[in-house]
Design a protein around this ligand. Structure first.
Ligand code: FES
Length: 130
């Protein structure tokens, strides 16, 4: 069996939503101290909907595929759904990651959560959903 699923290879080769959002409503950056990989997520939010999301990932193929899939999973969705996104859901949507690559999907979950934290910090008038 191939080490990586076709979906992982597809999102690694053709990552969706790569880039930055200049006037983002929330930005989150995380890194993994062990491998040194870094992921940054930008969110554009309007009326509680993730209107746009972009990422920059300096990291391994699994981190790039995880970022790409995570952006696809939250784009157009309510903030409450993005808050619930888990690394497991990202890995499942990619048809799995090898065990020792699961931490790469954790970066995607954390980057989105950090970007949402930043969104709430910038908009104290908006009540946080859980
Ligand atoms: Fe570090 Fe994949 S090896 S994020």
């Amino acid at each position: 069996m191939a080490l990586y699923s076709e979906k992982v290879m597809d999102h690694f080769r053709n990552p969706r939503n790569v880039g930055i959002i200049e006037d983002a409503d929330g930005v989150g950056e995380v890194g993994n101290a062990k491998c040194g990989d870094i992921m940054k997520m930008y969110l554009k939010i309007k009326d509680d909907i993730i209107e746009d999301v972009k990422f920059e990932t300096f990291g391994c193929g699994s981190a790039i595929a995880s970022s790409s899939m995570a952006t696809e999973l939250i784009k157009g969705k309510p903030v409450s759904e993005a808050l619930k996104l888990t690394n497991k859901a990202v890995a499942e949507a990619l048809d799995g990651l090898p065990d020792y690559k699961m931490h790469c999907s954790v970066l995607a979950e954390e980057a989105i959560k950090n970007a949402l934290d930043d969104y709430y910090a910038r908009h104290p008038d908006i009540a946080r959903e859980e």
